[in-house]
Design a protein around this ligand. Sequence first.
Ligand SMILES: O=c1nc[nH]c2c1ncn2[C@H]1C[C@H](O)[C@@H](COP(=O)(O)OP(=O)(O)OP(=O)(O)O)O1
Ligand SMILES: [Mg+2]
Length: 201
Amino acid sequence: MPRPQALLAGRLVVASHNSGKVHEIGALLAPLGVEAVSAGALGLPEPEETETTFTGNAALKSRAASAASGLPALADDSGLEVFALGGDPGVYSARWAGPSKDFNAAMERVWRALQEKGTQDFSARFVCALALSRPDGETQVFEGEARGVIVWPPRGDKGFGYDPIFVADGQTRTFGEMTHDEKLPLTHRARAFEKLLAALR
Ligand SMILES: O=c1nc[nH]c2c1ncn2[C@H]1C[C@H](O)[C@@H](COP(=O)(O)OP(=O)(O)OP(=O)(O)O)O1
Ligand SMILES: [Mg+2]
């Protein structure tokens, strides 16, 4: 079996169709000298996310991309868990935005659900599962989280998804108000990536 490290030595598929994620994962991979190519650039299809966990969906996406391309693949399945909402939208975070990917509507739905609960508990976390697959299907998955609170109204137009309503612990600005370089080290994604690197070392 090749050293897992070799998986990050040459060309790697970033198995995501979300440009915000592809940008962030590209920045995490850049210092390693990995030649990252996105699933979209290779014309790979977007698999249906049939699992009920972040780790399950991440593995499903990395396996599909690696098998289809013959290259190692790194997939990200992530989402926002709001504690007072029992973890919603969770693995359905992308689906709450609907087929038109309307995250203004998805953010409103989060806020409305919190209002309906009548709660003052706005605590939340972003979760990211990163799955690394080889073309033979062998897969490793790593999870990271970023804890914080939901704020309303949305603030900032940077980032993607739910960034304008999330303030990470210890911060005052939302992820939507931060530059890419400010947001990235605070993310669930960077934390999952640290674990992946530690495991491959
Ligand atoms: O840092 C983040 N900042 C804001 N929102 C975020 C973040 N990370 C995940 N999210 C939300 C939006 C995203 O749409 C959904 C993930 O859903 P998820 O299925 O993993 O990704 P996706 O469908 O957008 O792209 P793909 O599956 O092709 O990787 O959670
Ligand atoms: Mg998805």
